[in-house]
Design a protein around this ligand. Structure first.
Ligand code: ZN
Length: 404
């Protein structure tokens, strides 16, 4: 019986889909700011909500402490648009656009810009935003990007990544975005925030995700104690590591709790067999990249080679605890997942731990993965063909860790 009815169910399901998608939306959207795209559609439809985009919108409102003053609807617009219709305020967003732009920072930036128009109670009276309205929306964007953990470097590149439909100059926009970003940074440091952290130190440490400890089997390690002899607090060691990583191009990093201290994890990168980094264009790509230039020789080499591609993650552990390898090794997927779990800043209470040279140790662990081109299988290198110190030297991290 069920088998006979199955084609009918499928037909019904197919019929349901367009009906669900074609929910007409009555809205007068002439006063608007469209972030990206040529023109607004003539008619509007309401589509099924995207949970991931709702979540980003909620995150912006929560982190900036703003109430939601607008109706948020998935619709047939070119990208994201803020609309003012009398007393009503809307943000319409395109599921298609966001699925084509999966970058978290860019998604946050677009949403925050449009939310910024509503937070500032803009009129958009001329049918499009004025220059001042655009400036304020961009400033709110920078403010929100900082509070949602987007690094300054990334926020600084947003204005160049996608132009505003209103055509405001990229350099001007960047200054507005970064002004908002710096304002948020300063507010994070203000007394109120510090007091909050002091009141709840344990809560902060507990809320920090835990790095597996003892650490899973690593491919190489290096003792960095000699660089950190002058540190007084854990925050000093954190600052040195951050500066060196920033200078060496590791802009995305995450913090985890380990017993007695913290772990700082870099984003997974693709590197060359000798330990040097791939060029910026390919370094963070998950796809195997052999030829960074387009020379015929490189191309020929790449099609006959059986050499695997190399990926790695650095984990810096600052703690008085002794480390030992704990098999089994992690998979590439697990190591990649670390970046989604950790916190973007070191909580102040852990930063305040006193660093005792000789007792507190700073160790770099390297998790290296080899990926075969033939079947794309990833295997953990245990051990790596390179020493830990070579990984750190070739990636230029130790170059920027100055001994004092
Ligand atoms: Zn705008």
């Amino acid at each position: 019986m069920v088998r006979q009815l199955l084609p009918l169910f499928i037909m019904l399901a197919l019929l349901q889909r367009p009906l669900y998608g074609q929910d007409y939306l009555e809205i007068e959207a002439s006063k608007h700011c469209l972030y990206f795209g040529d023109a607004m559609p003539g008619e509007y439809y309401r589509f099924e909500t995207s949970d991931s985009i709702e979540h980003l919108k909620d995150e912006i409102l929560y982190k900036t402490g703003k109430p939601q003053s607008f109706i948020f609807i998935c619709s047939n617009v070119p990208s994201v648009v803020a609309v003012v219709e009398g007393e009503k305020r809307y943000i319409l967003y395109s599921r298609k656009f966001f699925s084509e732009h999966p970058n978290r920072a860019l998604r946050l930036a677009l949403l925050a810009h449009e939310i910024g128009h509503h937070v500032n109670r803009h009129e958009l009276a001329e049918g499009k935003p004025t220059e001042v309205e655009e400036m304020e929306a961009d400033e709110f964007m920078g403010y929100a990007l900082c509070l949602t953990g987007v690094p300054a470097q990334v926020a600084g590149a947003i204005s160049g990544a996608l132009p505003l439909a209103s055509g405001i100059d990229t350099a001007d926009r960047n200054a507005d975005i970064m002004r908002g970003f710096r304002r948020a940074e300063a507010s994070l440091l203000n007394a109120e925030h510090a007091a909050w952290l002091e009141e709840k130190p344990n809560e902060v440490a507990q809320s920090l995700p835990h790095f597996p400890f003892p650490p899973p089997e690593y491919s190489a390690d290096a003792d960095l104690d000699s660089y950190f002899g002058h540190c007084k607090h854990f925050s000093d060691a954190d600052e040195m590591l951050r500066k060196a990583l920033e200078a060496a191009g590791y802009h995305t990093r995450r913090y985890f709790y380990v017993p007695g201290g913290f772990a700082l994890v870099t984003r997974m990168e693709q590197f060359n067999e000798d330990g040097t980094c791939k060029g910026e264009k390919y370094r963070w790509s998950g796809k195997i990249v052999r030829c960074e230039d387009f020379s015929a020789l490189c191309y020929l080499k790449s099609i006959v080679t059986t050499e695997p591609a190399y990926f790695r993650v650095f984990v810096f552990i600052v703690s008085p605890q002794l480390l030992k390898n704990a098999p089994p090794p992690v998979t590439r997927k697990e190591a990649e997942g670390w970046l989604n779990e950790g916190a973007n800043r070191l909580p102040a209470d852990i930063g305040g731990f006193s660093f005792e040279p000789g007792k507190t140790h700073v160790t770099a662990l390297v998790y290296e993965f080899k990926v075969r081109e033939s079947d794309r299988k990833s295997e953990t290198s245990s051990p790596s063909a390179l020493e830990g110190a070579t990984h750190l030297g070739k990636s230029k991290i130790t170059r920027y860790l100055t001994k004092k």
